[in-house]
Design a protein around this ligand. Structure first.
Ligand SMILES: *Cc1c(COP(=O)(O)O)cnc(C)c1O
Length: 234
């Protein structure tokens, strides 16, 4: 008898569950916007699809989601060229970017939210004439956490000047507040910084706190678990 071929278990995707989760998140966004006196259309839902399979992402594409976030350049470069074909996708990089991956990131992403240091700004500036050069947000380390990426609040004005001198246009700010503190004050601070520097986009709020972030003026909420379900530990 020929040896039995190992079977690759086809991933079963519960479309109804995906749709229900999407509707729940969209309803919560609309509710939070209404409560804040904002239009729901001012808030973009970024579906954070890191670690998730192309098949599961496709289910959300089929449901009409067009804005996605990934946190690894390599993973996104593998998954997205095929997924985005024929669709008007906006793909955001929300994880750390190494300067040796800048070329690839510029090719793959429409928005890079994690510009956080001079070396990276210089590397990005080398590609600024490239067709489809991404929009850039600066990541702010509002909690001044040593282990976290991001520009310190007090360093932001100088870093904005540094980027301007390189000819880099900055379109927004992004932050990940400390886990062990109430997020509200951090959201409020990020929105105030964006307003002060006339930056239109404010990326803040995740599955656990996106409604709070919308209350403080988030224009982009980054939602993974609440849409796709829990991620495996990595
Ligand atoms: C993973 C991730 C998210 C999404 O987190 P959830 O809690 O799953 O919604 C948002 N922002 C960043 C930067 C992330 O890495």
């Amino acid at each position: 008898m020929p040896p039995k071929k190992p079977e690759i278990a086809a991933e079963t995707i519960d479309l109804q569950a995906c749709e229900a989760r999407l509707q729940t998140v969209q309803a919560e966004i609309a509710q939070a916007a209404l409560a804040a006196g904002r239009a729901a259309t001012e808030v973009t839902l970024l579906a954070v699809s890191k670690t998730k399979s192309a098949a599961l992402i496709q289910a959300f594409l089929d449901l009409g989601v067009r804005h996605f976030g990934e946190n690894r350049v390599q993973e996104a470069a593998q998954k997205w060229p095929e997924l985005r074909a024929g669709n008007q996708i906006e793909l955001h990089l929300i994880g750390p970017l190494q300067s040796n991956k800048v070329k690839q990131a510029v090719d793959v992403f429409d928005v890079i939210q994690t510009l956080d240091r001079e070396k990276l700004a210089r590397a990005l500036a080398q590609h600024k004439e490239a067709e489809g050069f991404p929009k850039l947000y600066i990541q702010v380390n509002s909690g001044a956490e040593p282990q976290k990426s991001g520009v310190l609040v007090e360093d932001l004005p100088a870093f904005l000047d540094f980027c301007a001198d390189l000819g880099l246009e900055i379109a927004g700010l992004m932050s990940i507040p400390p886990l062990d503190e109430p997020a509200g004050p951090h959201f409020e601070l990020l929105a105030a910084l964006a307003a002060r520097h006339k930056l239109a986009n404010v990326s803040m709020g995740m599955s656990g706190d996106f409604a709070t972030a919308i209350g403080f003026g988030a224009t982009h909420v980054r939602v993974g678990t609440a849409l796709f379900g829990a991620r495996e530990a990595v």
